[in-house]
Design a protein around this ligand. Structure first.
Ligand SMILES: [Fe+2]
Length: 474
């Protein structure tokens, strides 16, 4: 018997361009713009199944929403993608799959720091261009209409970094992109930087004796908060992997030290506080804001590094996958450097915390949207509007439906609506996917647009309004 979530982890090789979708229900007249997401398209290279969910070859998916909905999907033409298609082999060290290369090529890659360019995590506007991004030294630019790959951006130019993270912020106060670059070596350094159209300006550097994995960070007008938890890469094991074929996931381990949040003062470039905390693993932050002498940081937290190591395709495709549980957690960080305290606002399984990003980033806020489930499936089964801090939720769900990341789009002030939530839903009952538009207050369905095919379950997207082309979320 096939478990219903399994098709969410199966390849879709069909690409379509500007296909007009049928729309059931009514899309608000004010909702005009482009909703672009990223995620897996293909899970095999040659005759081999890739090891980890994050290894999958990137497929961008775009919806032009105006007086109707047009849909386009494209594989991102990275060098990893070309090597996989042309030679049926893995070009670089993927997170959970070693490269199909001779040992001397693997050694050269390890020594020169050649990282994958398959940009599967998300999309961002970089220097005015739409780009597919991941944890990599390069972003691949996309034609916004056709989603065809048009070029490459060197993300580490002007930085002492091997790669930059896949979750840049857009700083609404300074109107710049803000991200972290990471440099691996005898010590690991994370460099906070801002990127304008022409310039890259490092703000602060934080060094660690080990190599903590940081997937995203929290941002307020004054501070950036790095979750420097005791989970990350064992550099020796990774280097030996040239011989042993151990991957990043194999070398991902727990360090023998406490967790800490590192608070960086963005004005002075100094570390303002290092707050010890019981270890937790974090992919995504919901928000952060100042509250008296504390910083409040909300995030989805996991017990440990199994949040990474459990996401193998073999596990996720199995009848009873072991799925790490993320809870919505609130941490209070005293700016005098005292110990951080945490509480659970809502128990998971949940992921993809999304706020009214342009309106509430770095400020007190009252709700976060997440995709969540009761944990029996490897994928979320409902979308929730969660009140913070009390954790009550209003949800949307449908039998057999696995909704992806919820993206909040605020309505213009002249309308009485609050906004909508967009999500791409994989429907196991029809083996197709659809775009759903929910009322952001009631979480009731306003409209849906069925796709001509099934999309593998995706990662992160952005909404770019036609009239105000800014991101809607982190
Ligand atoms: Fe992410």
């Amino acid at each position: 018997m096939t478990v219903p979530h399994r098709s969410g982890f199966e390849t879709q090789s069909e690409e379509v361009t500007s296909e007009r979708l049928p729309v059931e229900g009514s899309i608000p007249a004010w909702l005009a713009g482009r909703y672009v997401g990223n995620g897996p398209g293909q899970f095999e290279v040659g005759d081999r199944t890739l090891g980890h969910w994050f290894d999958s070859l990137a497929m961008v998916r775009g919806f032009d929403i105006d007086d109707g909905v047009s849909y386009t999907n494209r594989f991102v033409r990275s060098r990893d993608y070309a090597f996989a298609r042309d030679r049926g082999r893995v070009r670089t060290q993927f997170p959970g799959t070693p490269p199909d290369r001779p040992v001397w090529t693997r050694l050269r890659q390890a020594l020169t720091g050649e990282f994958p360019d398959n940009p599967v995590i998300g999309v961002a506007r970089i220097g005015g261009e739409l780009a597919a991004i991941t944890e990599s030294p390069v972003a691949l630019t996309l034609d916004p209409d056709t989603l065809e790959t048009t070029g490459r951006i060197d993300l580490t130019a002007g930085l002492d970094a091997d790669l930059t993270l896949g979750h840049p912020h857009y700083d609404p106060w300074r109107e710049t992109l803000v991200n972290l670059g990471v440099s691996y070596g005898r010590e690991t350094t994370y460099t906070l930087f801002r990127r304008d159209k022409q310039t890259v300006e490092p703000t602060a550097t934080v060094a660690f004796d080990d190599a903590p994995y940081v997937h995203s960070f929290a941002l307020t007008e004054r501070y950036a908060v790095l979750p420097a938890m005791p989970f990350g890469l064992n550099a020796t094991e990774l280097l030996l992997g040239v011989i042993t074929r151990a991957t990043f996931v194999d070398a991902f381990e727990r360090f023998d030290r406490p967790g800490e949040f590192v608070v960086v003062d963005r004005e002075t470039g100094e570390v303002a506080a290092r707050n010890r905390v019981d270890p937790l693993f974090v992919y995504h932050h919901a928000n952060a804001f100042a509250d008296g002498d504390d910083l409040v940081v909300d995030l989805v937290g996991y017990r440990d590094q199994q949040a990474v190591t459990d996401l193998t395709l073999a596990n996720l495709r199995s009848d009873s996958p072991s799925v790490p549980r993320g809870d919505l957690r609130r941490y209070r960080l005293p700016l005098d450097g005292g110990r951080a305290t945490g509480e659970t606002l809502r128990e998971g399984h949940m992921e993809f915390p999304v706020i009214d990003y342009p309106g509430r980033l770095g400020r007190p806020y009252d709700r976060v949207y997440v995709a969540e489930s009761d944990g029996d499936a490897a994928l979320p089964t409902r979308l929730a509007r969660v009140a913070v801090p009390d954790g009550d939720a209003v949800t949307w769900a449908e039998p057999g439906a696995f909704p992806g990341e919820p993206t909040f789009v605020r309505a213009p002030e002249a309308t009485d609506a609050d906004g909508v939530v967009l999500s791409v839903v994989f429907d196991a009952e029809t083996d197709d996917s659809f775009l759903v538009v929910l009322d952001a207050t009631t979480m009731t369905e306003r409209a849906r647009a069925p796709l001509p095919h099934r999309l593998p379950y995706g990662f992160h997207g952005q909404f770019y309004a036609a009239t105000d082309p800014v991101r809607s979320m982190a």
